[in-house]
Design a protein around this ligand. Structure first.
Ligand code: ZN
Length: 94
């Protein structure tokens, strides 16, 4: 019982990251989705499953979980979920 808490956290983070990476890499199938944008637009986009389900930025595919709070919802795909953009893309887009 002499494992330092620091080490447990680090291990845990690495494990989580590995599981996350595996999930993301299993979601790279690209399909066409009709996206209802929050500004009222309707666009058909070629997205990975990860993008469609809100795990990656809609534009640059940055992963949404890595820095929670720096992603903004930009629309949704009916029966799939909400889609997000990172702050950089949401500011730079349009
Ligand atoms: Zn982005």
């Amino acid at each position: 019982m002499s494992v330092e808490p620091e080490r447990i956290r680090a291990l845990d983070r690495a494990t989580k990251q590995r599981l996350w990476d595996r999930m993301i890499s299993s979601m790279q199938t690209v399909s066409s989705y009709v996206v209802l944008l929050d500004d009222g637009g309707l666009e058909t986009l070629e997205l990975t499953a990860a993008q469609a389900e809100g795990f990656e930025c809609l534009t640059c595919k940055a992963q949404c979980s890595n820095s929670a709070g720096s992603f903004v919802p930009v629309g949704r795909i009916p029966s799939v979920g909400s889609v997000f953009q990172c702050i950089a893309c949401s500011v730079g887009a349009r």
